[in-house]
Design a protein around this ligand. Structure first.
Ligand code: NDP
Ligand code: X15
Length: 337
């Protein structure tokens, strides 16, 4: 069994822990946090050994009635691989600890691409992570773009991608985030960081991205224009996407008109936390004009990177190829709406 450490038990880390627990070939060795709160209590309730990320604050857990298994260094030492899901920039600070214990590490999209040996998206470049010591699972938006671009490149070739990303202001639990009543060009400079980030997955891709932030918490929304290398009928693209396990084509009959109903559907379907692991592409929006393809897709920022982290664990340890890993992860998590 692959022993997995999860350092940073917040929005992403707690979801990765639950997904890892479902895998037949993995075990959660433990999770690390800096302080007691509701997430620490839930981790203990779920039976995950809890480690102290900051030694000087370890007493706070005892004061809150939470038993600590040891310092985070013990967890990293005992694990085969660590998933760092700490806030942006902390992963970079943790890198030397992972190196000291010779434990391969996965980082999240908030870290810089040059921190790692390779950036990762399971559908696009699984093999690049094999044997790597430091791998970055790209951000929710980059994951969402990569999953669409990979099959289009393989089937038709891609000349140019133009994407406008309407980004949720914060996650539902991020009460300090905004905007509350505004629409921000964010970043105001063009291209946004997302285009260069997608190029860490496809280094020869021509892509421009523009970003905005809006007063919403549920999901991001992408408006996508891909110039293909040949003219293709929209129905062919729909058929191509229908074969992709992490793309959900929202059928017109479902009458899902936005992120709110998508989340409601996920909750009705019994998804944990109402998570939507797949890109959600409005089927009616898939249109072609000459060699230009257009579509709208919703991206659930809190969860689409979770199966990617599970696959990245197998990739770095060389435990499976892309197809096997994606299939196992999909089956165990129940991916495929
Ligand atoms: N949220 C999102 O939509 C997405 C986030 N990401 C990326 O994932 C990463 C994590 O983001 P997210 O889960 O949202 O962040 P959160 O703030 O929700 O979770 C991070 C957790 O890390 C803990 N933490 C803070 N400092 C340390 C430390 N030194 N050692 C161990 N744990 C620490 C915090 O817990 P505490 O201090 O309470 O112990 C916190 O709960 C970032 O790189 C982000 O960019 C990627 C895709 C989507
Ligand atoms: O962490 C994330 O968003 P955030 O930095 O706005 O909280 C998501 O990964 C999305 O980030 P991005 O829009 O910079 O890709």
């Amino acid at each position: 069994m692959i022993q997995v450490a999860i350092n940073g038990y917040g929005t992403i880390g707690k979801r990765v822990a639950d997904a890892v627990r479902e895998q037949p070939d993995m075990e959660v060795r433990g999770v690390a946090k800096t302080r007691p709160n509701f997430e620490a209590e839930t981790a203990v309730d779920k039976g995950f050994p809890l480690y102290a990320a900051v030694e000087e604050r370890a007493d706070q857990f005892a004061d809150a009635g939470l038993e600590i298994a040891g310092p985070v260094e013990d967890l990293v030492d005992a694990a085969d691989v660590v998933v760092d899901a700490t806030p942006s920039g902390i992963g970079a600070e943790n890198k030397s600890m992972y190196e000291a214990y010779d434990t391969p590490a996965l980082y999240q999209g908030g870290e810089d691409a040059d921190l790692v040996d390779t950036s990762f998206n399971a559908r696009s470049n699984f093999e690049d992570a094999t044997g790597a010591d430091h791998v970055r699972v790209v951000s929710c938006n980059t994951t969402g773009l990569s999953r669409v671009i990979a099959p289009l490149r393989e089937a038709y070739g891609v000349e140019k991608v133009r994407a406008t990303l309407v980004r949720r202001g914060g996650d539902p639990g991020q009460t300090s985030r905004g905007p509350i009543n505004d629409i921000l060009p964010n970043p105001v400079t063009i291209p946004s960081h997302h285009g260069p980030d997608v190029e860490t997955i496809f280094d020869d891709l021509d892509i421009d991205t523009l970003g905005m932030k809006v007063p919403a918490t549920l999901m991001h929304m992408h408006s996508l224009n891909v110039t293909l290398e040949e003219e293709v009928d929209a129905s062919e693209v729909r058929d191509l996407f229908a074969e992709e396990s992490r793309l959900f084509l929202i059928p017109e009959r479902m009458d899902i008109d936005g992120s709110g109903k998508l989340k409601e559907y996920a909750l009705d379907a019994g998804r944990p936390r109402g998570d939507v692991w797949e890109n959600c592409i409005w089927e009616e929006s898939i249109s072609t004009v000459g060699d230009d393809l257009y579509l709208f897709q919703g991206i659930h920022q809190e969860s689409d990177v979770v199966p990617e982290n599970v696959d990245a664990i197998r990739a770095v340890l060389g435990e499976a190829d892309a197809e096997e890993s994606i299939e196992t992860t999909n089956e165990t998590m129940g991916i495929g709406l």
